[in-house]
Structure formats: C-alpha cells, structure tokens
Design a protein around this ligand. Structure first.
Ligand code: NAP
Length: 334
C-alpha cells in the first residue's frame, strides 16, 4: 500500500489483553502505521482496559475478549495472550470473521497450528505468526545477500537468545499451564532463523533441555539441527543467563555476523560480512519492525495477498519445536 491510507480505508485493529508487548510495542506500532487504526482493547479487567483507552477519544475498552470479538467494527485482532491461549482465541476470532495476527509461538503443538490454520482458512480470514524480526531490513538483507552466494553455500548457523528471568518468578514464561519455557519464548527465534536461512525443516535434531529442580518448565535449551547435506544449525536459549542474542551464518566462502538479530528496534544495527582477511559492515537505520509487520498484514487484508509468513511456515516451526523437545526427552505439552 503506497502512502498513508485515508482513515476510512485503514484496517481497524483490536488487541486481546493488556500484555506488555501489546501495550509497549504493538499499540504504538498500529497507531504509527500507514494503514492501521487501533480502535479497541480488551482485558479480563475492564477497569484496566478503560484506563488505557481513556486518553484516546473513540477507543473502545472491553472487559472480556469475547466482547471485543463481537464488535463488528473490529476487522483484525492482535493476540498477545499467554502461549496456551493462542489457539482458543484464534479459533474464536476466526469464528467472528476477524483476521488474526497472533504472537509466537502460534500454537503449543503442531496439532494446534493445524487447527488454527484450518479454522482461519474455512472462515476466510488471514492468520500470521507474529515473528516481527523477519520484517526488519537487516534480516531481509541478510537472506537476500545469502541468496546471491555472497558467502558461498551456507554450512552452519549458530544463534542464541537469553535473558535472566529470575527476578520475575511469577512470569507467564515460567508456568507450565501457560506453555512457558525458553524454547517457546526465545529459542524459537534462533530456530526460525535457521529454517529461514536453510529454507526448510531440519531432518533430524539432537537436544538438551535443563529443568531446574524447582521449575515447572525448561529454562535452558541447546540443540543441534541437521538440515542435510552437511548443513547444521546450533541454537540455544536460556532464562538464566545475562541478556544476549547473536547470529552467525557461516558459508563456504565467509561469514555474516548479526550482533542483534532479533530485537534491534529503536537502535541502528549492523551486519558484519567477513571473507578471508576482508571485513565489511552494512549498517541499518533504526526502524520499528512491529510497524512494518502491522503494515504488511494490513496490506494483505486490503489486497487479498497471502501474508509473507504463512500458516505452513508456522506449522514447520511447531513441528521443529516438538522435535527438539522430543530429542531432549522433555515431555511436551506439559
Ligand atoms: N514478538 C515479540 O517481540 C514478543 C515479545 C514479548 C512477548 N511476546 C509474546 O507475546 C505473548 C505475551 O507476552 P507478554 O510478555 O507481553 O505477556 P504478559 O505481559 O504477561 O501479558 C499477558 C496478558 O495476557 C492476559 N492473560 C489472560 N489470561 C492470563 C493468565 N492466566 N495469566 C497471565 N496473563 C493472562 C493478561 O491480560 P489482561 O489481564 O489484560 O486480560 C496479561 O496481561 C506471548 O505469547 C509471548 O511469546 C512476543
């Protein structure tokens, strides 16, 4: 969609819950978008929804998610609920004819993703897993650059993502009933990047998951992903390490290093390309990848184009998550 849409043509969005990511990242992204308009927020606590919408004339506050879905003005919903609730609320949104942008991981299991995908297809609404980092120019550039053969055939992707959750013991990410776990929350990014680089699913997997004695879910995970023909992914995630993220893509003729592959928002970021003794840097200005994601999804709604991240891609991702947990001997779902 070129330029800003007129207000009548903007996609009218609602957000299910007052989740941190919804309020801090997606609500501002929808407001700033060229083709979207945030018109409603629902919370289990109506007063909380009202508190958030109070400053914006015309914004609707709902005290249940179902009420928001029943609002005929809402065309698309963003679902940033705990992982265990993604399927239920995607199915209910589809029933009400709403397009669904749902947070990662789309489903807890591949079976859930299949059901979500089938329901949205049947209802004629779009469904996309919200891997916002795929919309950042540094990732688009990296994948395009690899496709030109800039570092030769890729043999290895090494990537990790961690932070220390211990000061927040009540967090949804630590609860088994809400489908927490480090792979579900952050390890899914390095996994997704490996699949994007190699253009498919791993054919086999070896993995370890560490579940501390007092924890309901794994808090650290490491996996070796075999993509066939000598191509490997090495990924890890943890809730018990200092904040870190990185990606390194090694080809037969060099490597690309991304110091901040997943959450570079709000800051300039860089890709380092190394070949023998030669080192180049490609710099990317700060952009809001949530806004780019919202604009893409909105454009698909208006034009009928298929979203860049398909339900089939989300299914392959969920199957890989299951394969990692199975290889680690970690019972899933818990
Ligand atoms: N793409 C990204 O950059 C990114 C970043 C962070 C998180 N995420 C994903 O977004 C989702 C939410 O993460 P978050 O950290 O933003 O979550 P959060 O702040 O803990 O919020 C979750 C919200 O879900 C609602 N909720 C409904 N039932 C709940 C229950 N039983 N326990 C707790 N909350 C419940 C609550 O909203 P109400 O009380 O208002 O109804 C709560 O505010 C997860 O799927 C996560 O993987 C994505």
């Amino acid at each position: 969609m070129s330029g800003a849409s007129t207000s009548a043509n903007r996609v009218r969005w609602g957000i299910l819950s007052t989740a941190n990511i919804g309020l801090k990242a997606m609500a501002p992204a929808i407001r700033a978008s060229s083709n979207g308009q945030l018109i409603a927020i629902a919370s289990r606590d109506r007063a909380r929804a009202e508190q958030i919408t109070a400053a914006e004339p015309g914004m609707r506050a709902y005290g249940t998610y179902a009420e928001l879905l029943a609002d005929p003005e809402v065309e698309a919903v963003y679902i940033p609920l705990p992982n265990s609730m993604h399927m239920e609320w995607t199915l209910r949104a589809a029933e009400q004819g709403k397009h669904v942008l749902c947070e990662k991981p789309l489903g807890v299991t591949s079976e859930e993703v299949r059901r979500m995908s089938a329901a949205c297809k049947q209802a004629g609404v779009l469904l996309m897993e919200a891997f916002m980092y795929r919309f950042h120019p540094q990732i688009r550039w990296t994948l395009d650059h690899l496709a030109t053969g800039a570092i030769g055939d890729v043999r290895l992707v090494r990537s990790g993502f961690a932070f220390d959750i211990r000061p927040r013991p009540e967090n949804i990410r630590l609860q088994a009933s809400l489908a927490g776990g480090s792979l579900m929350d952050i390890g899914c990014y390095p996994l997704n990047l490996c699949r994007a680089v190699f253009g498919g699913a791993p054919s086999s997997v070896a993995a370890r998951a560490i579940v501390p004695e007092d924890s309901e879910v794994e808090r650290t995970m490491a996996a070796i992903l075999d993509f066939g023909n000598g191509r490997l992914g090495l990924i890890d995630s943890s809730f018990e390490q200092p904040w870190q993220q990185f990606a390194e893509i090694v080809g037969e003729g060099g490597r690309i290093v991304l110091p901040r592959p997943f959450t570079p928002q709000g800051a300039e970021t860089v890709a380092r390309i190394e070949r023998d003794d030669e080192m180049q840097e490609r710099r990317f200005a700060a952009v809001d990848h949530y806004q780019l994601e919202v604009e893409h999804f909105g454009e698909c709604i208006r034009t009928g184009a298929a979203p860049f991240l398909s339900p089939l891609d989300a299914l392959e991702q969920a199957e890989a998550v299951e394969a990692i947990y199975a290889a680690a001997g970690y019972s899933w779902p818990r």
